[in-house]
Design a protein around this ligand. Structure first.
Ligand SMILES: Nc1ncnc2c1ncn2[C@@H]1O[C@H](COP(=O)(O)OP(=O)(O)OP(=O)(O)O)[C@@H](O)[C@H]1O
Length: 222
Protein backbone atom coordinates (compact mmCIF):
# COMPACT_ATOMS: atom_id res chain seq x y z
CA UNK A 1 0.00 0.00 0.00
CA UNK A 2 2.77 2.41 1.07
CA UNK A 3 6.33 2.04 -0.25
CA UNK A 4 9.07 4.47 0.70
CA UNK A 5 12.57 4.21 -0.77
CA UNK A 6 15.75 6.09 0.14
CA UNK A 7 13.85 9.11 1.41
CA UNK A 8 16.02 12.02 2.55
CA UNK A 9 15.14 15.35 4.13
CA UNK A 10 17.36 18.31 4.92
CA UNK A 11 16.08 21.64 6.26
CA UNK A 12 19.38 23.49 6.32
CA UNK A 13 21.32 23.22 3.04
CA UNK A 14 24.48 24.31 4.90
CA UNK A 15 24.21 21.55 7.51
CA UNK A 16 26.89 18.84 7.28
CA UNK A 17 24.28 16.07 7.27
CA UNK A 18 20.64 15.56 6.33
CA UNK A 19 18.00 15.41 9.10
CA UNK A 20 17.42 11.85 7.91
CA UNK A 21 18.32 9.85 4.82
CA UNK A 22 18.01 6.30 3.56
CA UNK A 23 14.48 5.91 4.92
CA UNK A 24 12.90 2.73 3.51
CA UNK A 25 9.45 1.58 4.62
CA UNK A 26 6.77 -0.80 3.35
CA UNK A 27 3.36 -0.83 5.00
CA UNK A 28 0.79 -3.35 3.78
CA UNK A 29 -2.98 -2.77 3.62
CA UNK A 30 -4.44 -3.30 7.07
CA UNK A 31 -1.04 -2.99 8.75
CA UNK A 32 -0.06 -0.36 11.29
CA UNK A 33 3.59 0.46 12.04
CA UNK A 34 4.84 2.58 14.91
CA UNK A 35 7.80 4.93 14.50
CA UNK A 36 9.79 5.83 17.59
CA UNK A 37 13.01 7.79 18.02
CA UNK A 38 14.82 10.47 19.96
CA UNK A 39 13.18 13.86 20.26
CA UNK A 40 14.11 16.01 17.26
CA UNK A 41 15.22 13.12 15.04
CA UNK A 42 12.52 14.00 12.53
CA UNK A 43 9.52 11.75 13.22
CA UNK A 44 6.92 14.48 12.73
CA UNK A 45 8.86 15.77 9.73
CA UNK A 46 8.74 12.28 8.19
CA UNK A 47 4.94 12.21 8.61
CA UNK A 48 4.73 15.68 7.07
CA UNK A 49 6.79 14.47 4.10
CA UNK A 50 4.43 11.51 3.65
CA UNK A 51 1.50 13.95 3.74
CA UNK A 52 3.08 16.33 1.23
CA UNK A 53 3.22 19.10 3.84
CA UNK A 54 7.03 19.16 3.62
CA UNK A 55 9.06 18.68 0.46
CA UNK A 56 11.57 15.84 0.30
CA UNK A 57 15.12 16.19 -1.00
CA UNK A 58 15.33 12.81 -2.64
CA UNK A 59 13.76 9.38 -2.62
CA UNK A 60 10.43 7.90 -3.52
CA UNK A 61 7.02 7.66 -1.80
CA UNK A 62 4.46 5.42 -3.48
CA UNK A 63 0.88 5.10 -2.24
CA UNK A 64 -1.36 2.54 -3.95
CA UNK A 65 1.33 2.32 -6.64
CA UNK A 66 1.36 6.05 -7.38
CA UNK A 67 4.55 8.12 -6.99
CA UNK A 68 3.96 11.08 -4.68
CA UNK A 69 7.41 12.68 -4.33
CA UNK A 70 7.38 15.70 -6.61
CA UNK A 71 3.57 16.08 -6.89
CA UNK A 72 2.57 19.75 -6.92
CA UNK A 73 0.66 21.29 -4.00
CA UNK A 74 -2.77 21.11 -5.64
CA UNK A 75 -2.39 17.48 -6.60
CA UNK A 76 -1.20 16.61 -3.10
CA UNK A 77 -4.09 18.58 -1.55
CA UNK A 78 -6.60 16.57 -3.61
CA UNK A 79 -4.88 13.33 -2.67
CA UNK A 80 -4.86 14.24 1.03
CA UNK A 81 -8.59 14.90 0.92
CA UNK A 82 -9.47 11.57 -0.69
CA UNK A 83 -6.80 9.06 0.34
CA UNK A 84 -5.46 10.27 3.72
CA UNK A 85 -6.79 10.18 7.25
CA UNK A 86 -5.11 12.15 10.05
CA UNK A 87 -5.21 11.70 13.81
CA UNK A 88 -3.29 14.25 15.88
CA UNK A 89 -2.90 14.85 19.57
CA UNK A 90 -4.60 18.24 19.36
CA UNK A 91 -7.80 16.70 17.92
CA UNK A 92 -8.62 19.46 15.41
CA UNK A 93 -12.28 18.79 16.14
CA UNK A 94 -14.25 21.88 15.13
CA UNK A 95 -16.15 23.32 18.13
CA UNK A 96 -19.10 24.76 16.18
CA UNK A 97 -19.98 21.52 14.43
CA UNK A 98 -21.76 18.61 16.10
CA UNK A 99 -19.92 15.30 16.38
CA UNK A 100 -21.81 13.91 13.37
CA UNK A 101 -20.92 17.01 11.34
CA UNK A 102 -17.27 16.78 12.38
CA UNK A 103 -17.12 13.18 11.22
CA UNK A 104 -18.98 13.98 7.98
CA UNK A 105 -16.58 16.81 7.11
CA UNK A 106 -14.19 14.74 4.94
CA UNK A 107 -17.21 13.45 2.99
CA UNK A 108 -18.54 16.98 2.41
CA UNK A 109 -15.15 17.96 1.03
CA UNK A 110 -15.42 15.05 -1.38
CA UNK A 111 -18.93 16.12 -2.48
CA UNK A 112 -20.58 12.98 -1.12
CA UNK A 113 -24.37 13.48 -1.12
CA UNK A 114 -25.75 14.83 2.18
CA UNK A 115 -27.88 11.77 3.01
CA UNK A 116 -25.06 9.33 2.36
CA UNK A 117 -22.59 11.49 4.31
CA UNK A 118 -24.95 11.53 7.29
CA UNK A 119 -25.38 7.76 7.12
CA UNK A 120 -21.65 7.03 6.87
CA UNK A 121 -20.78 9.49 9.65
CA UNK A 122 -23.43 7.87 11.85
CA UNK A 123 -22.02 4.40 11.16
CA UNK A 124 -18.47 5.55 12.01
CA UNK A 125 -19.67 7.19 15.24
CA UNK A 126 -21.36 3.89 16.13
CA UNK A 127 -18.06 2.13 15.38
CA UNK A 128 -16.29 4.27 17.99
CA UNK A 129 -19.21 3.83 20.41
CA UNK A 130 -20.49 7.39 20.24
CA UNK A 131 -23.71 6.91 18.25
CA UNK A 132 -25.81 8.27 21.09
CA UNK A 133 -23.79 11.52 21.08
CA UNK A 134 -24.05 12.20 17.33
CA UNK A 135 -25.87 15.53 17.77
CA UNK A 136 -23.87 16.63 20.81
CA UNK A 137 -21.18 19.34 20.80
CA UNK A 138 -17.45 18.70 21.15
CA UNK A 139 -17.22 20.85 24.30
CA UNK A 140 -19.33 18.27 26.17
CA UNK A 141 -16.85 15.45 25.50
CA UNK A 142 -13.82 14.18 27.41
CA UNK A 143 -10.36 14.04 25.83
CA UNK A 144 -10.67 10.31 25.16
CA UNK A 145 -14.10 10.74 23.58
CA UNK A 146 -12.82 13.56 21.36
CA UNK A 147 -10.00 11.37 20.21
CA UNK A 148 -12.56 8.68 19.28
CA UNK A 149 -14.35 11.31 17.16
CA UNK A 150 -11.00 12.11 15.52
CA UNK A 151 -10.55 8.41 14.69
CA UNK A 152 -14.05 8.23 13.19
CA UNK A 153 -13.33 11.32 11.09
CA UNK A 154 -9.95 9.97 9.94
CA UNK A 155 -11.52 6.74 8.62
CA UNK A 156 -14.97 7.83 7.37
CA UNK A 157 -13.86 8.42 3.76
CA UNK A 158 -12.02 5.05 3.60
CA UNK A 159 -8.49 6.44 3.18
CA UNK A 160 -5.54 4.44 1.92
CA UNK A 161 -3.12 5.89 4.47
CA UNK A 162 -3.77 6.94 8.08
CA UNK A 163 -1.10 9.13 9.70
CA UNK A 164 -1.21 9.48 13.48
CA UNK A 165 1.13 11.78 15.43
CA UNK A 166 1.03 11.12 19.19
CA UNK A 167 -2.67 10.26 18.96
CA UNK A 168 -2.90 9.41 22.66
CA UNK A 169 -0.33 11.87 24.02
CA UNK A 170 -2.76 13.82 26.18
CA UNK A 171 -4.72 10.86 27.59
CA UNK A 172 -4.21 8.95 30.82
CA UNK A 173 -2.68 5.47 30.32
CA UNK A 174 -5.98 3.56 30.61
CA UNK A 175 -7.79 5.76 28.10
CA UNK A 176 -4.73 5.90 25.84
CA UNK A 177 -4.64 2.10 25.56
CA UNK A 178 -8.34 1.88 24.66
CA UNK A 179 -8.15 4.71 22.10
CA UNK A 180 -5.06 3.24 20.49
CA UNK A 181 -6.60 -0.22 20.26
CA UNK A 182 -9.63 1.34 18.56
CA UNK A 183 -7.41 3.22 16.10
CA UNK A 184 -5.46 0.05 15.20
CA UNK A 185 -8.65 -1.99 14.77
CA UNK A 186 -10.24 0.71 12.62
CA UNK A 187 -7.15 0.92 10.38
CA UNK A 188 -7.09 -2.89 10.00
CA UNK A 189 -10.82 -3.08 9.24
CA UNK A 190 -10.52 -0.29 6.68
CA UNK A 191 -7.61 -2.07 4.97
CA UNK A 192 -5.62 1.17 5.19
CA UNK A 193 -1.89 1.46 5.88
CA UNK A 194 -1.27 3.07 9.28
CA UNK A 195 1.83 5.02 10.35
CA UNK A 196 1.88 6.02 14.00
CA UNK A 197 4.49 8.29 15.58
CA UNK A 198 4.74 8.01 19.34
CA UNK A 199 7.02 8.50 22.34
CA UNK A 200 5.11 5.87 24.25
CA UNK A 201 6.70 2.40 24.30
CA UNK A 202 3.35 0.99 25.45
CA UNK A 203 1.59 2.58 22.50
CA UNK A 204 4.24 1.47 20.02
CA UNK A 205 4.10 -2.12 21.29
CA UNK A 206 0.45 -2.39 20.21
CA UNK A 207 1.31 -1.71 16.56
CA UNK A 208 2.11 -4.55 14.15
CA UNK A 209 5.78 -3.46 13.94
CA UNK A 210 7.96 -0.91 15.72
CA UNK A 211 10.67 0.95 13.79
CA UNK A 212 13.25 3.37 15.16
CA UNK A 213 14.10 6.49 13.14
CA UNK A 214 17.70 7.71 13.22
CA UNK A 215 19.55 10.06 10.89
CA UNK A 216 20.53 6.99 8.85
CA UNK A 217 17.03 5.59 8.34
CA UNK A 218 14.46 3.27 9.88
CA UNK A 219 15.46 0.04 11.62
CA UNK A 220 13.33 -2.59 13.39
CA UNK A 221 13.17 -2.02 17.13
CA UNK A 222 14.21 -5.22 18.90
N1 LIG B 1 9.94 23.81 9.01
C1 LIG B 1 11.12 23.59 9.62
N2 LIG B 1 12.21 24.33 9.32
C2 LIG B 1 13.40 24.11 9.88
N3 LIG B 1 13.63 23.14 10.80
C3 LIG B 1 12.60 22.37 11.16
C4 LIG B 1 11.28 22.55 10.60
N4 LIG B 1 10.45 21.62 11.15
C5 LIG B 1 11.21 20.91 12.00
N5 LIG B 1 12.47 21.35 12.01
C6 LIG B 1 13.58 20.79 12.81
O1 LIG B 1 13.77 19.45 12.40
C7 LIG B 1 14.09 18.63 13.53
C8 LIG B 1 13.11 17.48 13.64
O2 LIG B 1 11.86 17.93 14.09
P1 LIG B 1 10.64 16.94 14.29
O3 LIG B 1 9.53 17.73 14.92
O4 LIG B 1 10.35 16.25 13.02
O5 LIG B 1 11.25 15.89 15.32
P2 LIG B 1 10.52 14.76 16.17
O6 LIG B 1 11.36 13.55 16.07
O7 LIG B 1 9.09 14.64 15.72
O8 LIG B 1 10.61 15.41 17.60
P3 LIG B 1 9.70 15.21 18.89
O9 LIG B 1 9.79 13.76 19.25
O10 LIG B 1 10.33 16.10 19.90
O11 LIG B 1 8.30 15.65 18.52
C9 LIG B 1 14.10 19.56 14.73
O12 LIG B 1 15.40 19.94 14.99
C10 LIG B 1 13.26 20.73 14.26
O13 LIG B 1 13.66 21.91 14.93
Amino acid sequence: MLEIRRLAKRFDPAAPAALFEGVDLDVAAGECVAIVGESGVGKSTLLNCLAGLESVDSGSIRLEGRELAGLDDDAFARLRRSRYGFVFQAFHILPHLTLAQNVALPLWLLDVAEGEARERAGAMLARVDLAARADDWPRHLSGGELQRVAIARALVHRPALVLADEPTGNLDPGRAAAVLELLLEAVREAGAAGVLVTHSAAAAARADRVLRLTAGGLAPEP
